[in-house]
Design a protein around this ligand. Structure first.
Ligand code: GLN
Length: 484
């Protein structure tokens, strides 16, 4: 059963080949068997999963089932889950039991999905390798020496190792797409505002966006259809109908105009990764697409602008963790200041502290104009680059990551090199655009991802473009040998 996609599992449940309870047991067994070698889950919710599965089977017996009823999934541990620890990968929230469900969780529950557990992640979603997690790094199922990418590394590894057929992730600067690429699965970061951020622990609020991670574009379409939609509790949520993503999947690609940004194929891109990406582009030509070279001239400014805006917003968002209201509190504080400083000092890890310091500096009087305001101006220039590109082309293609998965520890002590692994993904968040990564090959044992970037609210088109490729390729069907 674990080899089946969500679409196949949904069909199997519909005709009664297996029950949700059987399916859930099968995945819980795999988690019990394999999680210790991957560290993909922080919390496993076996008991409540079985309760949800039985309820799903009951709904089906009553004829009330939808396509996701009884399908097991996992949630990144950044989404609040009622009655279940929601740690965000941090010691700060190690003992935090969320008192409510995030909108995304609520919507997926309403669609009938079964939660297997909460997946590991970089602390407060800050990282590109899952190594900043308080719970230790996640390993890449394709090669246990390699990182899975981050920050949604646990979700990506769990899907790739077939410990869950799908999972939620969040993407502030690449955290759905980069781990999807490094683990050989499909993931989509929707347009900013498409998926509610309510109950999703905030990192950088103007960039954060939740989305699905699964084996195929079709599975992502099923999950996104359930996750997306207006939420009055998120003031940046967009009130716009959710299209039927499944209905658009098979649209032909004849005449599709694809922009290839010259900045995404230059220096810094690993040669073998470039070859796999070029082979995928050649396949798209076969499918009827037309390639156009474009330029996104401000691409080189994306990382510096992001590393002002994201830390600035994080320094403000993380101010709420003060040891008073919830989260970690130090022992025997002398006074209020001691309570604040020791609680935060003990609760946060090194990368989170680095960003709080950078962000506080960038926002301070006297530096605000020089850094924060400047970064916001660059953000506008980057959005303009994309606006000009989409006047010319329907979609942009390029590598998701400049390299395949790197080794654990390889970049852990060098933040700048680590930050560069998001060089192709970050501009998309600064502009708020939708973007998808799909598997298109390997370098040795390690997967390569192709990134598709669409215009605002073109999720349906991105899923369609990825799906057509997955009809004529089998990269997404391969399973890491140790987890077959
Ligand atoms: N790697 C980037 C960072 O560290 C992006 C993380 C993310 O998308 N959450 O901030």
């Amino acid at each position: 059963m674990h080899e089946k996609t969500i679409a196949q599992l949904s069909a199997g449940l519909a005709v009664g080949h297996f029950s949700s309870e059987e399916l859930t047991c099968a995945f819980l067994d795999r988690i019990a068997r394999f999680n210790s070698s991957l560290n993909a889950f922080i919390t496993i919710t076996a008991e409540s999963a079985l309760t949800q599965a039985r309820a799903a089977d009951e709904r089906r017996r009553r004829g009330e089932a939808g396509p996701l009823t009884g399908v097991p999934i996992a949630h990144k541990d950044i989404f609040c889950t009622d009655g279940v620890r929601t740690s965000c990968g941090s010691r700060m929230l190690d003992r935090f039991i969320a008192p409510y469900n995030a909108t995304v969780v609520e919507k997926l529950n309403a669609a009938g999905t079964v939660m297997l557990g909460k997946t590991n992640m970089d602390e407060f979603a800050m990282g590109s390798s899952n190594e900043t997690s308080f719970y230790g790094p996640v390993r890449n199922p394709w090669d246990l020496e390699a990182v899975p990418g981050g920050s949604s590394g646990g979700s990506a590894a769990a899907v790739a190792a077939r410990l869950t057929p799908g999972a939620t992730g969040t993407d502030t600067g690449g955290s759905i797409r980069q781990p999807a690429a490094l683990c050989g699965i499909t993931g989509i970061k929707p347009t900013y505002g498409r998926v509610s951020r309510w109950g999703m622990i905030a990192y950088a609020s103007s960039l954060d966006q939740g989305g699905p991670m699964a084996r195929t574009a079709e599975d992502c379409a099923l999950l996104l259809g359930a996750m997306a939609g207006f939420d009055p509790r998120d003031s940046t949520s967009v009130d716009r109908p959710v299209p039927d993503y499944i209905a658009h999947l098979d649209q032909p690609l004849d005449g599709l105009k694809v922009g290839l940004p010259k900045e995404y194929f230059g220096e810094g891109l690993d040669r073998a990764v470039a070859q796999a990406v070029e082979a995928a582009i050649a396949e798209y030509r076969q499918l009827g697409a037309e390639m156009v070279e474009i330029s996104l001239p401000n691409s080189h400014l994306a990382i510096p602008a992001y590393y002002v805006v994201a830390p600035a917003e994080c320094s403000s968002n993380l101010a709420r963790f003060d040891g008073v209201r919830y989260g970690h509190r130090c022992e025997d504080p002398k006074d209020l200041l001691d309570l604040y400083t020791r609680s935060r000092g003990e609760g946060f890890g090194a990368e989170v502290k680095r960003r709080i310091l950078v962000g506080t500096f960038a926002l301070s009087a006297g530096y605000y104009d020089a850094y924060y305001l400047k970064a916001q101006q660059i953000r506008r220039l980057i959005s303009e680059d994309f606006r000009r590109a989409f006047a010319q082309v329907d979609v942009i293609m390029g590598p998701t990551s400049p390299t395949v998965a790197f080794n654990l520890g390889e970049k852990a002590d060098d933040p700048i090199t680590m930050y560069l692994s998001d060089i192709y993904t970050i501009a998309v968040n600064l502009a708020g655009l939708p973007s998808l990564s799909l598997p298109v090959g390997f370098v040795g044992q390690r997967p390569v991802g192709l990134q598709l970037i669409g215009d605002y609210f073109a999720e349906d088109r991105l899923l369609n473009i990825a799906h057509r490729y997955q009809q004529v390729s089998d990269w997404h069907q391969r399973t890491p040998a140790a987890f077959a």
